[in-house]
Every structure is written in C-alpha cells, then in structure tokens.
Design a protein around this ligand. Structure first.
Ligand code: GUN
Ligand code: FE
Length: 426
C-alpha cells in the first residue's frame, strides 16, 4: 500500500479531549502523518518543514462527526409519517419501504442518493442499518466504500412479529447472515459488517442465540435498539416476562457485550438495573434526540448517562430523525437535555455545548477506536468549516463561532472533509 502523504492544515483548531472543555488552538498547524494526528503546533517544527500546508485562513477545523445510529433504507422517506409513534410508524412506513430493497434496481437507485448525501454531510464515521436483504446490503457497502467514509453496515435480522412480506425464517436469516459476513468481512478498506438484530420483539430466541455465536466466531461488533418507547418496552416485557429488564433479554442470548462490542440505540427508558448492565458490559449508547421527539418516544437522560461514565455518542436515527446533519444532532441533544432538566429531573443540568460536541465527536468516535479528537495518534478525521455566511458586528472567539455555526449551519459550511488523512470532500 502506498504510504500516505504527510501534510498540515493551518487554521483555528477546536476539539474536546474531555466533555467539560472545548480545546481551542487559534491559527495553529494540525499535522497528519500516516493517516493519524502527529501533533498541533503554533509554528511548524523543522522536521515538517518540507510538508504540504493547506492554509485554511480563519476557518474552523474540527474532528469529523460520528453518526452512531441510522437506517440507510429509510432515507427515502425521511420527513414523512412524523405524526406517528414508533410501532405504528414501523408498520405503516418503515417495513413497507424496507421491503422494496428486495429489488436490486430500486435498492441501487435509493442507496446512491443516500450515500451521496452522507458523503457531503458532517459525518465521517457511521453505524448503519440496511435491510434484511443480503445482496442489497452488499451493494450499500460497496457504494459506501467508494466514498472514503468509514462505516459499519448491518444486514438486518427479523424472523417473527413482522409482516409476511418483510420477515425471514430463522434458518434463512442465519444462512443469509453468514453468507453476507463471508462476502463482506475482508472485502473493503473502510467498510465492515456489524451484526444487526433489529430489536428483541422481532427476533426469536433461537435467532438471537445463534447471532451471539456468530459474533464470537467472526469477532464482529453488534448494533440494535433498546428501551426506545413505552409501547415497545411493554411489548418486550410481555414477550420475555422473566427477564429483569429489556437489556437482560439481549444479555441472555449473548448480545449485550459478552461476545464483542455493542451499540444500542436510544436507552430512553433504561432504569437503574439496565444502566448498571450497560456499564458492566461496556455497551455504547447511541443517543438519538431528534428521533425521540419525532416518534414521541420520550426524553433520554443523556447528561446523566455521561455523568455516570457510560459510553455515549449521537445518532441521527434516519428516518426517525429527518436530518443527516450531526450539527443538528448536537443542538437537538442540548435542547432535549433542557427539557429533561425542566420536566423530569431538576438535579440533572442540561448538556453544555462542549459536552454535546464531545458526544458527536470523541464520544461516538470511540466505537471506532482512537477517533473524534485531535489528540496525538488519533485517526485524522477532520472538517474544515466556513462560517462567513454569518458576519458578526464584533470579532468572536473561535469557540463562539463554532457554537453559532453548529446551530445555524449545515453541510454547506463544509469546505473540506478528511477521513483517515484522506481528503474526500473539497
Ligand atoms: N426499532 C425497531 N426498528 C426500528 C427502526 O427502524 N427505527 C427506530 N427508531 N426504532 C426501531
Ligand atoms: Fe433506529
């Protein structure tokens, strides 16, 4: 493999090493060596005197954002059916649309639109649900690989409590999952498979137990949904009455961190017992504030999860959420945490800007390793941002400029985007 070029970006560098503080290095150099951050310098050291410098002027440079939970086949109907709750929305919009991905012509047309927009978005890394169809999932993985983004992509498993037109047999689901794993496991540089039982109510015990064994056999990560809405939580309780909590259902079948890394979306209704299990097993939480509003799911206690030292990132949950923008995710997370403070628990303060920025970068990035920060040796994922569309009557500090850009801006502010040291936009 050819060695990656060493280079430097010069501009206003901002990132969070820890949730409580936004680090800011105005007019500094950020050096990239072998796809990783080699350091931050006020002047370029002699050993880098020869490297190419991209002078970004007064622009802001931040780590790329991680979208820890979204559904690629739902992108086509984002913004529709937003007057429904989760289980009705799944039946009326989601399952009928996802069943269309059995048709490779439709799948390619729809996935191309999704992938193009994801490439131009704030996202550099993503954990993505596809559909139950192995071939369409392989196609999505190929299209993502061509963008240079880093993604974990899952063929969905569901073998019960689903419409006839969008349901698998247990044996069929397992056979197709293993075929998809074998065909995708070492095929791409940046895209890899992640096991994806949709959620407990649509997966039989035998399916879940077998997926646990596959996770161990192939050393794969796993993603699913957990404690998202009141109706769903009650349904799981009625299906698995002897499980202590919803998370315990996954845990009994080895799908809750005992066989490898796991990310669970939502955790709006995770009580004390479930949170303790999440902590013990090192499970990541994908907090999806926009989806939680749209599907009337509830207000997730993101701040207290962060305070308790749980691993938390942000997810757009397309199409529970309608926006791919990670900036929107940050502002939604802050707004939802204010409602949590006001309506649910006055002892838990809202998320600060730096805390929400941390969730979107280093918090979710940790699922991918050393990702989401400009600390030395972190993988070099970066966005160069232009806020010239909002001239200020007085000079603002870079921290304030970033905060304003997150609230007011979107993909159109991105001038350059780097993933693992490779420029993929700009
Ligand atoms: N739970 C099971 N499937 C889904 C889905 O597609 N979206 C959301 N938000 N929750 C789910
Ligand atoms: Fe989801």
């Amino acid at each position: 493999m050819p060695e990656l070029e060493t280079f430097a970006l010069k501009g206003n560098l901002l990132y969070t090493r820890e949730p409580s503080r936004l680090e800011c290095f105005p007019d500094h150099y950020l050096v990239c060596e072998n796809g990783c951050v080699a350091g931050i310098f006020p002047c370029l050291p002699d050993r880098y005197a020869h490297v190419a410098v991209e002078d970004c002027g007064s622009r802001l440079i931040v780590p790329g954002l991680t979208d820890l939970h979204l559904h690629a086949p739902q992108y086509a109907f984002r913004g529709l059916g937003m007057d429904l709750e989760l289980l009705d929305w799944l039946d009326s919009h989601t399952f009928p649309e996802e069943s269309r991905y059995a048709d490779p012509v439709y799948a390619e047309r729809a996935y191309r639109l999704f992938v193009r927009d994801l490439q131009m978005s704030t996202t550099t890394r993503a954990c993505i649900f596809a559909t139950i169809h192995a071939d369409a999932t392989l196609l999505l993985m190929q299209l993502l690989e061509e963008t240079g983004l880093v993604a974990m992509v899952g063929k969905v498993n569901m073998d019960m409590n689903s419409p006839e037109s969008y349901c698998e047999t247990t044996d069929g689901s397992l056979a197709e999952t293993e075929r998809w794993i074998r065909e995708s496991l070492c095929r791409y540089k940046n895209v890899s498979p992640i096991l994806t039982p949709r959620f407990a109510p649509v997966c039989s015990g035998r399916l879940m137990a077998s997926l646990g064994r596959l996770q161990q056999k192939y050393a794969l990560p796993l993603q699913s949904h957990l404690s998202e809405s009141p109706g769903e939580v009650a349904w799981v309780k009625s299906l698995f009455p002897d499980c202590g909590c919803y998370g315990d259902v996954y845990d009994r079948f080895g799908l809750f961190g005992s066989n490898g890394p796991v990310v669970m979306a939502h955790c709006v209704y995770s009580g004390r017992e479930e949170r303790e299990l999440i902590r013990k097993r090192g499970v990541f939480i994908a907090h999806c504030p926009q989806s939680n509003v749209n599907l009337s799911s509830g207000i997730a206690p993101a701040k207290s999860c962060l305070q308790d030292g749980l691993k938390v990132g942000l997810g757009s949950d397309i199409a529970g959420g309608f926006s791919l923008s990670g900036f929107r995710g940050i502002s939604d997370a802050i707004q939802m945490s204010k409602m949590h403070w006001r309506l649910q628990d006055p002892d838990i303060k809202p998320l600060s800007f730096s805390e929400a920025f941390y969730l979107a970068t280093k918090g979710g990035g940790a699922f991918f390793g050393k990702v989401g920060s400009f600390e030395t040796d972190y993988e070099f994922d970066a966005l160069v941002l232009d806020d010239a569309a909002w001239p200020s009557p007085s000079e603002l500090e870079p921290e304030s400029r970033l905060e304003q850009l997150v609230y007011l801006g979107d993909d159109r502010c991105i001038r350059k985007k780097y993933v693992k040291g490779r420029k993929i936009v700009g």
